[in-house]
Ligand binder design. Sequence first.
Ligand SMILES: [Zn+2]
Length: 341
Amino acid sequence: MLDRLDQIEQAALEALKGVTTEDELQVWKVAHLGRSAGLSQIFDGLRALPKDQRPQVGRRVNEVKHALEQAHAERAETLRLLGLEQSLNQQRLDVTLPGSRPHPGRLHPSTQTMRQIVHIWAEMGFQVYRSREVETDEYNFGLLNFPPHHPARDMQDSFYTTDPEVLLRTHTSPGQLRVMRERAPEPIRVVVPGMCFRYEQITARSEVQFNQIEGLAVGRRITFGDLKGTLSAFARRVFGQQVRTRFRAAHFPFTEPSAEMDIECFVCGGEGCPVCKRTGWLEILGSGMVHPIVLANGGYDPEQFSGFAFGMGPERITMLKHGIEDIRYFWANDLRFLEQF
Ligand SMILES: [Zn+2]
């Protein structure tokens, strides 16, 4: 019986030398240490042996079992290291190769201008108020004192949804009503930045989507002088302390009186050039005193409250600052354009 155990041990160790993969190792384990292996059978037959032989054979069975388990563990470790070495050799990483250069993104030129403008207004005490891009006809036009027949309300000029009362906002001005109805009768100083949409022929000067920054100040005793002083201060911060401004009468349904603000052309210094179309002036924004009807619609008594509002186009200001001649570049997703900012 002891000879038989020696044979089993020798045969198993011999077989283990030919094992080269994890799968083969598993097969070997079942064959030599499994339930139906010769070693297990001898162990199961111990009871049938004569009493005087049992301790000796039993001890030897345990020795062989321990030796085979030990050999199995060593082989497993060897195979693991071998596999690691192989994968290191096959998937060799050449650390001397030049790396791929990271491609840092940056803010869109419109966003850069928007942030600069919003930052200036923030320093002047204006909060940022975000308003929705999908609006009702009532907020986009009606409450802003657009008469029912106004051409801007034409289906051809706006992106309406399947609901004729719901459209993509054509300007940020509905934000005026949103913030007024939220805060009345508290005084207000906010800017409303965001995307607007108009159903227009796309040309070098007009796009179907564009950003606007709306501004609104409401309080007691706010005058047209406040409007001029505040907007002039803003222009000096954007275009430099020396810049001259002028206000031209204009008409908007939601302000009265209304004015467009020009700045002296910073390209030619006012002498006249192609950028300012030889006028020496560049139009920067529209503005005006909030119309009494709009104030009332917002929940403010026009007898006690007054205010001013303004709106400007960050893309237009970006175009002026960088001499960009075509507004279509902004949303064309052409990296050759975007990478320049
Ligand atoms: Zn000029």
